[in-house]
Design a protein around this ligand. Structure first.
Ligand SMILES: Nc1ncnc2c1ncn2[C@@H]1O[C@H](COP(=O)(O)OP(=O)(O)OP(=O)(O)O)[C@@H](O)[C@H]1O
Ligand SMILES: O=P(O)(O)OC[C@H]1O[C@H](OP(=O)(O)OP(=O)(O)O)[C@H](O)[C@@H]1O
Ligand SMILES: [Mg+2]
Length: 286
């Protein structure tokens, strides 16, 4: 099976790290190679431009792909979003010159404005939905410079820290869409002879995402403190307990969200738990 991933750009490293956690590592070959074998037998990586991946997957040149949600929407490709990822987060906004004394997009109605963007379809849907008349100036990047060159009045572009907008005298006026890294699939992937392997890869990918932010906690508890320690744990954490050999103590094991850790450990310790060990979780396959 083939997985299309970014051959460059800001998503490439996070995607490779994510695939490594899944158990898929590219096997070194000529660095110009665009189809790479991997450590998982029968799985190849296809190195493509991030924005081309939706069309590539729709065309069936790859069974699944990893790209940005914005490119899935912009491409209008008939693909399925299968696993939402926790990297590649961005916002696409409508931004206008800081000098414009407007605070809502409704004030743009009735005006004929030019909007520079690399997201033509996303902009078109957004402007139609908001009943704004605008000429879309299609560019492939660096949209922020267009208003100061007099080539556009406003832009629709990605914003992360907001630095580039500020630097070019622009301010965000409205959010257009949220974007995030996403695993997509060809609509017919389940009908291919690779379906079983694809399903296993997707199961592992979901397993990695379910484990994100979760920790395993092991603690030793003497008999006399067991009830106290168990009642100190948050109700939804159904801990497992096992008798320690050669002592009247127990091992209590549970899983907690990383954000719960400080409170869970403090309360368990105060209730008598000792030797508290915290481990990362690689995958949780439901
Ligand atoms: N600050 C950001 N700027 C651009 N894209 C971002 C940013 N933060 C997250 N993204 C997301 O990353 C993806 C952009 O990746 P892509 O490889 O196309 O562009 P890039 O990393 O800016 O590289 P390039 O130099 O080709 O523009 C999109 O899905 C976008 O939503
Ligand atoms: O809000 P910020 O943190 O400033 O990031 C947003 C900027 O980053 C991206 O540019 P990129 O570096 O990808 O150049 P490009 O526009 O040519 O793709 C994006 O297109 C914005 O210009
Ligand atoms: Mg870019």
């Amino acid at each position: 099976m083939k997985i299309a991933i970014p051959n460059k750009g800001r998503l490439q490293q996070p995607v490779l790290q994510f695939l490594s956690s899944v158990g898929i590592k590219p096997l070194a070959s000529d660095e110009r190679a665009l189809i790479l074998p991997t450590s998982w037998d029968g799985v190849q990586l296809v190195m493509m431009r991030t924005e081309d991946i939706p069309n590539l997957v729709e065309a069936g040149a790859s069974d699944i792909g990893i790209t940005g949600h914005d490119y899935v929407v912009e491409s209008e490709a008939e693909v399925e979003e299968l696993v939402k990822l926790d990297f590649g987060k961005a916002k696409i906004v409508l931004a206008v010159p800081q000098s414009w004394q407007i605070s809502s997009i409704s004030e743009l109605r009735g005006k004929e404005i030019r909007i520079a963007t690399k997201y033509y379809n996303i902009a078109k849907y957004y402007l139609e939905k908001n009943d704004i008349k605008a000429k879309i100036v299609k560019i492939s990047g660096a949209a922020e410079v267009m208003p100061s060159l007099g080539a556009a009045d406003a832009i629709i572009d990605v914003v992360s820290t907001g630095t580039t907008l500020k630097l070019h005298g622009l301010k965000p006026l409205d959010d257009v869409i949220e974007s995030y890294g996403v695993v997509i699939g060809n609509k017919y992937w389940m009908k291919t002879e690779e379906a079983e392997r694809i399903n296993l890869v997707l199961t592992m990918m979901k397993g990695v995402m379910s484990a994100r932010g979760k920790k395993m906690i092991f603690m030793n508890v003497e008999d006399r403190y067991l009830d106290n320690v168990l009642s100190s744990l948050p109700a939804m954490l159904s801990p497992a307990i096992s008798r320690l050999s050669k002592s009247d103590a127990w091992e209590v094991v549970t899983v907690a969200e990383e954000s719960q850790l400080p409170e869970v450990i403090a309360k368990a310790k105060a209730a008598g738990a000792k030797d508290i060990v915290v481990l990362n979780i690689e995958k949780v396959v439901k």
